[in-house]
Design a protein around this ligand. Structure first.
Ligand code: ARG
Length: 477
């Protein structure tokens, strides 16, 4: 029965409607403009996209929301630096790098000359008040950045429904401050005039700075109210690093106190760090890898391995397949273990054909595909009268039955790695079967056909599962 079902449903096998009529809003990726997208945002991008796929598979309507970091005092700094040291031509050639360099330069100079910070604050205030010239500059920075981000999203096969950055909530954030004051949840600090929240069951925090400008959390509060009102979601996921755990505890407590979360479940779906060796990657230490660089490294390594394995592969195939393997390696490296763990980049493991990698699954898929190519398609259609001879054949069929349950669990606990673990187990049992039995040479016609249908089902489930993780398969490797 299960084999019939897999064959009948094909790419749809695993879909369910347990969450029919429910809406999930997933906030992920959310990089900061005028900065290169680093490996930290890579995790959010990869985990968020996988969760969006998984939620969708269980019946949710999913809204994929990129909450760009496009507002805050740092833009005061950037605009100041741009006006003082910026070179238009250089920026149009290599926008993100130049803007980032300007920002770094500002911080260096400000260490020597603290007055600069004051200047930057003034600029940001002007920007918040809508100064035309500054707003235009800022808009240009934002446009250039999003264009770069989109290139990376395209490579990773990631897409969003909406890009609503923090800037969109800047004036609503002011209203939130008033509301919180009115309800007596926040209070004005008599010494500084800043607005502070210290009435909740979380460590106290600022809602408005002394100069009247808003903060990250204030804009998030406005964004949360907007999301609830506009999309009426049942659940909102914030796919953001674990460093921000306290921030989200504070945000959710505050939102509860303001009655925003009455009908919605808000979850901080955190994840661990990206390590270089034993340490967190950092710009300051120069250990931060740019995402673009990481992807091209991975693709180049995949190309080398592919060429070693099949020296006469043609150029077009080499390019296509090495992209699939290279990008898959990076995604899988993130999703293979529980998201709360830290990750690092170990190329040997990431590109290991023997297990623990995407390419192991992709290779298993391609192997099955090459067997199936050798047989006539009519032999794969008839699914009645399936017979097995060995225990392992039953084991594989039983494993296939569990696929939908795994997806539902992955959704329930926001754990994409459950799918990765499952796929590896499936591939392992398949491979030990494959290594011990010659499928094509099976004498009994019925048994042969049953085996073909069994492995075809394995290939289908590997493909479906990898697709949920946003990883592609190649028909041959
Ligand atoms: N731009 C933020 C950062 O880089 C992440 C935003 C996450 N989403 C949110 N609604 N706060 O830290």
């Amino acid at each position: 029965e299960i084999l019939n079902e897999i064959n009948k449903l094909g790419d749809k096998y695993g879909e369910s409607d347990v969450n029919e009529n429910k809406i999930a809003l997933i906030d992920y990726s959310s990089p900061n403009i005028a900065k290169p997208m680093g490996v930290g945002h890579l995790r959010s991008t990869i985990i968020g996209q996988a969760l969006a796929n998984i939620y969708h598979k269980t019946g949710f309507s999913v809204i994929k929301d990129n909450h760009l970091g496009d507002w805050g005092t740092q833009f005061g700094k950037l605009i100041y630096a741009y006006q003082k040291w910026g070179d238009k031509e250089k920026i149009s050639k290599n926008p993100i790098k130049e803007l980032n360099d300007l920002y770094v330069k500002f911080n260096k100079e400000a260490e020597k000359n603290p007055e600069l910070d004051e200047k930057a604050r003034e600029f940001f205030q002007k920007l918040e008040r809508g100064d035309k010239r500054l707003v235009n500059l800022w808009r240009e920075f934002s446009k250039l950045s999003v264009k770069e981000f989109n290139k990376i999203y395209k490579k990773l096969g990631v897409d969003f429904d909406i890009y609503i950055g923090e800037s969109y909530f800047s004036s609503e954030a002011d209203k939130e401050v008033k509301e919180a004051l009115k309800k007596g949840i926040a209070r004005k600090d008599s010494a500084t005039g800043a607005v502070i929240v210290d009435s909740l069951d979380v460590p106290s925090f600022l809602l408005q700075k002394q100069d009247g400008s808003t903060l990250y959390i204030t804009r998030d509060l406005a964004a949360l109210r907007f999301r609830v009102k506009t999309f009426k979601p049942d659940v909102i996921l914030y796919v953001v690093g674990q460093e921000q755990t306290l921030n989200f505890r504070q945000l959710f407590e505050l939102s509860k106190a303001l009655d925003i979360l009455d009908k919605v479940q808000a979850k901080h779906t955190g994840f661990g760090l990206v390590l270089a060796g034993e340490e967190k990657m950092s710009t300051r230490k120069g250990t931060l890898i740019e995402l673009k660089e990481l992807i091209s490294q991975s693709v180049a390594k995949s190309k080398k391995i592919l060429l070693e394995k099949n020296p006469d592969i043609n150029k077009k195939e080499l390019k296509e397949i090495s992209e699939i393997i290279g990008v898959g390696a990076i995604i899988y490296n993130d999703l293979r273990q529980s998201r709360s763990k830290n990750i690092s980049f170990n190329w040997e493991r990431m590109l290991n054909f023997e297990g623990g990698s995407a390419v192991y699954l992709q290779y298993t898929y391609a192997r099955i595909n090459s067997i199936l190519k050798k047989v006539k398609s009519t032999q794969l259609k008839k699914t009645s009268n399936i017979i097995f001879e060995k225990d392992i054949e039953f084991l594989i069929a039983k494993k296939l039955m569990f696929y939908s349950i795994i997806i539902n669990n992955a959704q329930k606990f926001d754990f994409p790695h459950l799918i990765a673990t499952y796929l590896e187990e499936l591939a392992q049992i398949f491979n030990s079967f494959y290594n011990n039995v010659s499928i094509i040479e099976t004498k009994d016609k019925n048994l042969r056909q049953s085996r073909l249908i069994l492995i075809k089902s394995v290939a289908q489930v590997i493909k479906n599962g990898l697709e949920l993780l946003n990883i592609k398969v190649a028909e041959r490797i």
